[in-house]
Design a protein around this ligand. Structure first.
Ligand code: ADP
Ligand code: MG
Length: 239
């Protein structure tokens, strides 16, 4: 069953030429779907449209069978992880993780239960009372992931979550994110400009260039049957 469906989505800022053109995608429940493309190709804009943080110019977005074109972000039942982590500097790890649940009025006991589960999964148990500035990059990223997980939203959008980490940690976090995603059955849309990340993590990958979909397929399909020269050279297949 397709969990997310984008139909003829377009986005133009002001009177400028569109930065996204005729985007049609379906993402299956539990799928790890990667959006990859060079800087400026429109990846973040597309995530923001799905999250409701920005308005489409035309088109329709369905999540779980519901058309959400007018729904504000808080009604979309999704979580988001950003490149810069977007943690509140004045709040502790615990307060950062629970921020959304408090605002939603989730019961205290339930908050604590979810907090314990998520910090165990992300190995943050010893850091609950620290502020973000007293954490390493990898730990901050884990807090951002924990905050996404406690929401128990079935859909998670991630925008270049690993790009601020060093190479070794990045490789490790790739594996961790995939394990977490499979374990929770989270439908995930993951944005990156890094081909290796896309190829190693994606169940399917969509290659975006200048606002246009170049190809959607499994890593093997993209590698063995690139649809055009851009995909071939971007993915690095022997075209
Ligand atoms: P990516 O995430 O792939 O690097 P973006 O989605 O951030 O790309 O940007 C796609 C294009 O849209 C770029 O040309 C960018 O300059 C433009 N853009 C993004 N946000 C805005 C905005 N708020 N106003 C005008 N143009 C924007
Ligand atoms: Mg971006």
């Amino acid at each position: 069953m397709s969990f997310i469906k984008l139909m003829h989505v377009e986005k133009a800022y002001n009177a400028q030429p569109p930065v996204l053109k005729d985007i049609n995608i379906t993402v299956e429940k539990g799928e790890f779907f990667v959006l990859v493309g060079p800087s400026g190709s429109g990846k973040s804009t597309l995530l923001r449209l799905i999250a409701g943080l920005d308005k489409m110019t035309t088109g329709t977005i369905q999540i779980n069978g519901e058309t959400l074109d007018m729904a504000p972000p808080q009604e979309r039942n999704l979580s988001m992880v950003f490149q810069n982590y977007a943690l509140y500097p004045h709040l502790t790890v615990e307060q950062n993780i629970l921020f959304g649940l408090k605002r939603k009025g989730v019961h205290k006991q339930e908050q604590q239960k979810r907090l314990q589960e998520s910090v165990e999964l992300l190995k943050l148990t010893d850091y609950l009372h620290r502020k973000p500035k007293a954490l390493s990059g990898g730990q901050r990223q884990r807090v951002a992931l924990a905050r996404a997980i406690v929401s128990q939203s079935p859909l998670c959008l991630m925008d270049e979550p690993l790009s601020n980490l060093d190479a070794q940690l990045r490789t490790q976090m790739r594996t961790e994110i995939k394990q977490l995603q499979k374990k929770l059955g989270l439908t995930t849309i993951y944005v990156t400009h890094d081909q290796t990340e896309a190829m190693t993590m994606g169940d399917r990958i969509m290659v975006l260039h200048k606002g246009c979909i170049q190809q959607i397929g499994t890593p093997l399909e993209l590698y063995n049957q690139p649809k055009n020269l851009f995909v071939a050279s971007f993915i690095g297949s022997p075209a």
